[in-house]
Ligand binder design. Structure first.
Ligand code: SF4
Length: 349
């Protein structure tokens, strides 16, 4: 809820409107999750609130901390549908990665979450709830959020945008520090561009060739490489934001120098960065492997020789199964695929 919505709630309960601001301050500025700790509210009012509301709907099913200080939470709302969020402290900032769906219907063949099938969309309270839980673990303010956990955020765009608005207005996060990662749903990218918010958009590209991307990401059959990359370029023109192309490097599938050269050609024309991610091994039954270091270096060299900005994801939380869907999969033992990928249509338009 926004402060305005909280003010309406407190007034309904017979309290003055300014109590809504006090509540917002406890919830969003102090990340307090228990009404009893909100000591400037009268006790009787705190009890009344606790009878009818919860501050954060999420319960923690599992909490792991890696040797490099990454916290990963597996959360649920009192049922068996678990989803993940991760706290990522860096030297100069604290970031977090949250989920937008329980499971995912997109069926990417390299992904642990994709193997588990789809359960449901998360609502805005569950997305904001992940941020607040993680904030309660962090002594420093979380200033960045990436929608890169379980699920395809653009299949749940209304609730994702509602959550990001609350984080912007109530917590004070800059839209410029928010990233949405997508497999490339063209109608929803266009819809997001119309919002004219400076949200950073990252496309999981993974190959400049349709025949390779088809194999990795079923979505490519619907919106092939040229079309989705063109839509990303339009997104840059609409928002002014540099776009990111995520590129998972899989041994002998998409990591050869010829594909690097084609990739450099493909992304030309707008400010962009290519983020290389050597495959974080998970057995999805397709025999995918992580490339050797020399192949990663050679791929990067080709891109850089053609003037492309390249970053390489620093791997964190390896010892706690921090890649998307790995912890949930281990918890549920649900790596056996459920055939539920067609429950959500690929296009909402
Ligand atoms: S990579 Fe992302 S979009 Fe693809 S199946 Fe996994 S969670 Fe879904």
């Amino acid at each position: 809820m926004t402060t305005t919505e909280l003010q309406a709630v407190v007034q309904e309960l017979g309290e003055p409107g300014y109590r809504g601001k006090q509540l917002a301050n406890w919830i969003y500025a102090k990340a307090v999750s228990d009404f009893d700790q909100m000591l400037d509210l009268p006790k009787a009012f705190r009890e009344k609130l606790a009878e009818q509301y919860v501050v954060n709907p999420l319960c923690v099913a599992d909490h792991k901390r890696s040797t490099d200080n990454v916290d990963k939470l597996l959360v649920h709302n009192g049922d068996e549908q678990v989803y993940e969020c991760v706290l990522l402290p860096y030297e100069d900032r604290v970031s977090c990665c949250v989920s937008s769906q329980v499971g995912c219907p997109m069926g990417c063949t390299f992904c642990a979450t994709g193997m588990g099938g789809f359960d449901r969309n998360l609502d805005a309270s569950e997305i904001v709830g992940q941020y607040l839980l993680l904030q309660s673990l962090s002594p420093k303010r979380i200033g960045h959020i990436v929608m890169m956990g379980m699920g395809e955020p653009l299949l749940n765009l209304d609730q994702v945008l509602k959550a990001l608005r609350i984080l912007h207005e109530e917590v004070g996060l800059s839209y410029r520090h928010m990233t949405i990662s997508t497999v490339g749903l063209v109608p929803q990218i266009k819809q997001l561009a119309k919002e004219k918010l400076p949200i950073h958009l990252a496309l999981s590209l993974h190959s400049p060739r349709d025949e390779v991307r088809d194999r990795l990401m079923p979505v490519n059959h619907k919106w092939p490489v040229e079309e989705v990359v063109g839509t990303m370029k339009d997104y840059h023109r609409a928002t002014g934001r540099k776009v990111t192309f995520e590129y998972l490097l899989i041994d002998r599938v998409n990591d050869d120098e010829q594909q690097a050269a084609e990739l450099a050609q493909l992304v030309k024309g707008v400010p962009n960065v290519i983020n290389l991610i050597p495959f974080n091994w998970v057995d999805t039954g397709h025999g995918f492997k992580r490339p050797e270091r020399e192949r990663v270096k050679a791929f990067r060299r080709v891109l850089e020789s053609k003037g492309v900005n390249v970053t390489e994801r620093v791997e964190r939380g390896h010892d706690i199964a921090a890649a998307c869907g790995q912890l949930a999969g281990m918890h549920q033992g649900r790596f056996a695929r459920r055939d539920r990928t067609s429950e959500i249509p690929l296009s909402s338009s």
